[in-house]
Design a protein around this ligand. Structure first.
Ligand code: AVJ
Length: 324
């Protein structure tokens, strides 16, 4: 077999991803507002740091969502109905699906989708031990592309897409619409979506969650620079950048940036980039929703919002919607 062509086929595994990373970083550092795609924050170190963020007192999202699930699990299970198929895009360690599957009435199957096989296979074993009757079929790939969805087994049973964790917040409103339309395309009338989203709230609470006093989010943000240094032969001095996170109330999102503390030049993959003092790299968005905003998003994308659960402070919501 011939090795290597213009498409990068035949390259060692990981090389295509590295090249894509390089293209995205060089392009992102070349625009007037420097910006990097937030998905690159989640390499192995970044994912571990994100898990540490989830345990922080300042980061209310994870525990608030967990408490809503805990309290409403049986009600959710009955809304999902008997013998439903649960599909989870970006499932990761499947920690949120496990109690839900255990509460559901004779779930037909669980299809977790994720780019990371190791974590998914480990989760499959764990859940299979607890629920031996359940069919679990992990599907590896990027859920924002078409290709993975084509590999889902067709099903006559009721399907429910499970999308917790405020992952939707990483997407712009435009991208969120596209994503939900993609979800809808996978579903039939009467099928469901269980969606977790963080709500608009006091900016002090929001900013503390993304600028925590333990500096874990700072480490998470700066890890992107270390990753560029090691994978793309960069020479970022992580000390010369500061973590910044602020709530942009008009855009209803927390923006995460890295601020250059001095005027400096940085080299990445043989190319030079200038930073003025105070210039930033925009590294992540975390969109916040209002309940009416969520309902509108659902309606616009072919869903009919049926029921939601929230905490007493209305900091976070889990929405159940059906395909019209
Ligand atoms: C993984 C997108 C839900 O936006 O709250 C947390 C990512 N970034 N702290 C979020 C994140 C910094 C997180 N999501």
């Amino acid at each position: 077999m011939a090795i290597g062509n213009a498409n990068g086929a035949g390259l060692p595994p990981g090389e295509n991803l590295r090249r894509q990373f390089e293209r995205d970083v060089l392009a992102g550092l070349s625009t007037p507002q420097k910006a990097l795609p937030c998905k690159y924050l989640y390499d192995e170190t970044g994912s571990k740091l994100f898990e540490a963020i989830c345990d922080l007192d300042d980061y209310y999202l994870t525990r608030t969502e967990a408490a809503i699930f805990n309290r409403a699990l049986n009600e959710m299970a009955s809304v999902l109905g008997r013998q439903a198929v649960l599909i989870e895009p970006g499932a990761g360690n499947c920690e949120k699906a496990e109690p839900l599957l255990a509460a559901m009435k004779n779930p037909r199957a669980y299809y977790p989708l994720d780019i990371s096989p190791e974590i998914l296979l480990e989760a499959q074993q764990r859940i299979q031990q607890r629920l031996p009757q359940l069919e679990i079929a992990p599907i590896f790939g990027d859920f924002t592309g078409d290709e993975v969805w084509g590999r889902l087994p067709p099903s006559a049973a009721r399907q429910v897409i499970f999308f917790p964790g405020s992952t939707i917040g990483n997407f712009s409103h435009e991208q969120a619409r596209e994503l939900l339309i993609r979800f809808a395309g996978q579903l039939n009338p009467g099928d469901g979506l269980l969606l977790g989203a963080d709500l608009v709230k006091d900016s002090v609470v929001l900013e503390r969650a993304y600028h925590d006093s333990n500096h874990v989010t700072e480490a998470f943000n700066k890890n992107l620079l270390s990753r560029i240094n090691s994978e793309l032969n960069g020479d970022f001095n992580t000390e010369a950048f500061a973590h910044r996170a602020f709530y942009h109330s008009f855009r209803q999102r927390v923006e995460m940036h890295l601020v250059s503390l001095v005027e400096q030049q940085v080299s990445v993959a043989g190319r030079q980039f200038q930073f003025a003092e105070g210039e930033t790299i925009h590294t992540e968005n975390s969109h916040k929703y209002t309940l009416p905003g969520l309902q509108e998003l659902l309606r616009e994308t072919g869903f009919s919002p049926e029921k939601y659960w929230t905490d007493n402070n209305q900091h976070y919501a889990i929405y159940f919607a059906q395909i019209r």
